[in-house]
Design a protein around this ligand. Structure first.
Ligand code: TGC
Ligand code: FAD
Length: 386
């Protein structure tokens, strides 16, 4: 079914994982791929697809069924991210945030009551969530967070600003990270209709246009102490959520490589210059082979991470290596595909330039390329270079 799977990674999937991937591709080819260029150009996220994502098990797929998840493997979660991002990074971003940055922290750090109340509604798409960690003064160093949660009787009063927040303006709840009176970073489930909470959409983006990005302003937002995630204490809890999302991004990046490769190959076979298709030229073949190589390496890395994750052996530095490598490889592949397409490649009629521009965001969010270099550098040397 895939246009590119040089080392037959599909053979390594279980029948269930293959079925999940096929269903996701069928749905997205019918309902999203034909419209994505228009959504991107208009700068809109297709909200009408959210309940369909829920029905298809795209939201929290690797969480237990008793909380509304699909109880699927981490590889299954990965192939869903692959298929979403093959169409557009904005679609994968929505699902990453909902699944890994909103459902995961509630599942991992929430009370049983919080799990039962929120997770099934988030899994179905009835509720949308966002994740507020980054602040205007800098995202790479979340430990310098200024947002505060002051205890006042049986409530917490939260004040601060969060920047670049995916889904901010369409969210019903926000997972907000803030320092308590003891200076410990805690996570809160904040309903976005709480007085003092505002979301301001960030417009004029030249990247990730089919995705909502917002600034969150919290001005004395009062929430009941029961809205705090009881088990999340310290920055490590917030960072552990990032590990889940970064894992999915490694798969998504491989999906983009397939998309831009397939488009470039098709074009190269039919584009005639100097009396012959450009696919017959050595320079063009080299570019196509480099894309095949990048896809094969990316897919094998993601598959191995998935297996380690299923076995509970995955380290966050291993995820950093693949996030850094796969996203940068996808960015290079999208640029190469754009080049093969010539002038046509600068239009939205083809996906290459849209993917290329999206990947500028993906290379930056969830930890920049440089930050992941330093995470792996610290892991292999034992020395902190931040
Ligand atoms: P550091 O001392 O390294 O860590 C504090 C504690 O946390 C542990 N830890 C992690 N645990 C799980 N997963 C990870 N990824 C972890 N990284 C660190 C660490 O072991 C330590 O534990 P303990 O028990 O010793 O206390 O803290 P640091 O302040 O030195 O931070 C270092 C650094 C740079 C690794 C970290 O801050 C970082 O990852 N920065 C990048 C920030 C980032 O990625 N932000 C993303 C925001 S969300 C987003 O972009 C969503 S986009 C979504 C979409 O649309 O798809
Ligand atoms: P900075 O941290 O200011 O970094 C600027 C530059 O300095 C980068 O090149 C960086 O690599 C480099 N740098 C920083 N520190 C070092 C160092 N020690 N050594 C060498 N170089 C260094 N955040 C959320 O919390 N939730 C979201 O949902 C979310 N969605 C996003 C959606 C979009 C479209 C975008 C663009 C961002 C999103 N983010 C989100 C924020 C994202 O995680 C941050 O942009 C990212 O972590 C980088 O932070 P920054 O932009 O403040 O850059």
């Amino acid at each position: 079914m895939q246009a590119l799977d040089y080392y037959r990674v599909a053979d390594l999937l279980t029948p269930e994982e293959r079925l999940i991937q096929e269903e996701a591709r069928r749905f997205l080819e019918a309902e999203a791929a034909p419209h994505i260029a228009r959504w991107w150009e208009e700068g809109t996220f297709p909200r009408h697809l959210i309940p369909r994502f829920g029905e298809l098990g795209f939201l929290g797929s690797n969480l237990p069924e008793e909380y509304g998840g699909a109880g699927a493997s981490n590889i299954a979660y990965g192939v869903i991210m692959y298929e979403l991002e093959r169409v557009d990074s904005g679609l994968r971003s929505f699902a990453s945030v909902q699944s890994s940055l909103v459902m995961y922290p509630i599942y991992r750090y929430g009370s049983e009551e919080q799990r039962r109340h929120y997770l099934p509604r988030l899994a179905s798409g009835e509720l949308v969530g966002c994740f507020g960690l980054t602040e205007p003064d800098g995202g790479s160093d979340p430990g310098s967070m200024k947002t505060r949660a002051r205890k006042d009787g049986s409530s917490y009063v939260i004040t601060g600003r969060k920047m670049w927040i995916t889904n901010g303006n369409i969210a019903d709840i926000a997972i907000v990270w803030a320092r308590d009176d003891e200076g410990v970073i805690r996570g809160f489930i904040v309903p976005t209709d709480t007085p003092g909470f505002r979301a301001r959409e960030i417009k004029h983006k030249a990247s990730l246009r089919a995705s909502v990005t917002s600034e969150l302003i919290l001005d004395e937002v009062r929430v009941d102490a029961a809205q705090m995630l009881p088990e999340a204490r310290g920055l490590g809890a917030a960072l552990s959520c990032l590990t889940q999302a970064r894992y999915g991004i490694t798969w998504g990046a491989a999906g983009v490589i397939e998309a831009v490769y397939a488009e470039a190959l098709e074009f190269a076979r039919h584009r005639i210059t100097f009396g012959r298709p450009i696919a017959e030229r050595q320079l063009v073949q080299q570019k196509l082979v480099e894309m095949v190589e990048a896809h094969t390496q990316a897919l094998l890395m993601s598959w191995r991470l998935g297996k380690l994750k299923d076995e509970d052996k995955l380290t966050y530095a291993q995820v950093s290596l693949a996030k850094r490598s796969n996203v940068r490889a996808a960015l290079r592949a999208a640029r190469t595909a754009r080049e093969i397409l010539g002038g046509s490649g600068i239009t939205l009629e083809y996906g290459a330039i849209r993917h290329m521009l999206n990947l500028e965001t993906v290379d930056t969010y969830e930890g920049t390329y440089d930050i992941h270099t330093l995470i792996v550098g610290r892991d292999v040397t034992g020395l902190n270079a931040f």
